[in-house]
Design a binder for this molecule. Sequence first.
Ligand SMILES: C[S@@+](CC[C@H](N)C(=O)[O-])C[C@H]1O[C@@H](n2cnc3c(N)ncnc32)[C@H](O)[C@@H]1O
Length: 509
Amino acid sequence: MNKLSGTCVSTRRTATWPGRHVGHQMLLARQPVGLSRLCGVRGALRRRPAGRTYAAAAEDLGQRETGTGMAEDPVVQEKPKTPAELDGENFQEMPSVEFWRTWMRRSPVDDVQDFLQSGGGLGALDLGKVRSLAPFSASEWGLYEEGSFRYWSYHLLRSGFFVAQAAAGITASQRTSSEETSGRLLANLTTNAGLRLYTEALQMFRQDFANIKAGAYREPYDMDPRHRQFSPSFILRRTLRFLEEAPRTLKRRSEGVAEDVWLKSPLYPEYYMNTWHFQTDGWLSSTSAGVYETSTETLFLGQQDAMQRTTLVPLSGHLKGRDLAGCKIMELACGTGRFATFVKDNFPDATVTCLDMSPFYLQEARDNFEHWCELRGDTQGSAPGAEFLQAPAEDIPAEDGSYDAITCVYLFHEITQEVRRRVVSEMYRVLKPGGMVVFTDSIQVGDRPELDANIDAFTDFNEPNYTDYVRTDLGALFKSEGFVCGTKEVASRSKVLSFVKPLGQEEKI
Ligand SMILES: C[S@@+](CC[C@H](N)C(=O)[O-])C[C@H]1O[C@@H](n2cnc3c(N)ncnc32)[C@H](O)[C@@H]1O
């Protein structure tokens, strides 16, 4: 047994990266003899307790360099590896990893400026240098593919809507949040910086459409014009909610003051009772659940669904060719269940269990599923729409070895190291041998080096565990609980990792 979770202590440390001091929870595995005492940094890095963060290793290095460490070893100058570098050792990296690692945030305006500065005339025009939209070829963007007009019209319309909504939300917030914050956000959105973000979204759609064309998953069912998102009354309702919420969120963000959650309850762990992202009521109201999808899609200018759908790539590879009658898939921390409906839409014969701690979000998930059932009618497969389970991800009320697959999207950046480890341990327990976990969350240090300097920015959105998350060695964390690492994809601001519970491994090694 290698169950570190039972032997861990939590202690407060200060991480420094890059040039930033952030308080965070650090977990030290109790070793027979304290590692930091016995080893120099080099040794500590080699024998790093599984799941230990990059920040902790960097901090050790800092102590050594400033002479505050325990042992003396002037030779040691080795820089700790970033999570992205460690992923390279643990996972089979798919082409999207290299694409996003090297793609620079650029807009077509940047390309035109480069062209003009190069002084070349039209004769010197080289489409190969149009880097914002690279790879610049109609076939790479799927334009000759069947269904491309439908896909692109829908996604351009949808993302355009979210861009307009973002502008409206920021404008509405100008009355309440500081002039400086909202002015800066609006400037970002309406200038070339906004265009760069939008170009990034286009690149994400290109990847999404290529996945669809490669048969990894179906065309999104919400493109159906009967989907309620095309209904003016639905749009109006959602937009009004968002315009009510955005100024409140931005005001709290600009003041850096989070409100308490309105509900007091011993039923939830303390770390959960937080107003994440400064959103009103945290996870604990139907108002919050009703605005969540709109807020997050607006934040990502309409690319959130496409990023999440990348989770289906390893999952469909894993389930391909299987008879899915009786197959059970769990969507852990499902939130409003929107992604879970895409899972169900792709594997209609499987039972999808939506687990979340919030009854309010589960209610929203149920609503999403009811709508999916209405749309898909008689094509919904042999299993019922979904099951809904209110429970902590770190204590799943399910039998050992009862699930074929687990997906988990955007949970780990919110929870502490200790809870992360317990969640992974529970995933392992409830999966059947041979079962797969597909993990999706924010990119980490090194995944897109261009963004590293600002990678902590989201921490300021009342996300106390984010700084630690982006430096966590996820491969080591899952391996320590018995998993085998599979593939890695990057999808714009998200990464997708797959893990398999080895066959014939009921017990951990
Ligand atoms: C950032 S949202 C992500 C929701 C959804 N997966 C998505 O991507 O849209 C985090 C969700 O995790 C849930 N959550 C947070 N901590 C949890 C825990 N320990 N156990 C179960 N659910 C949890 C929250 O209630 C919330 O619905």
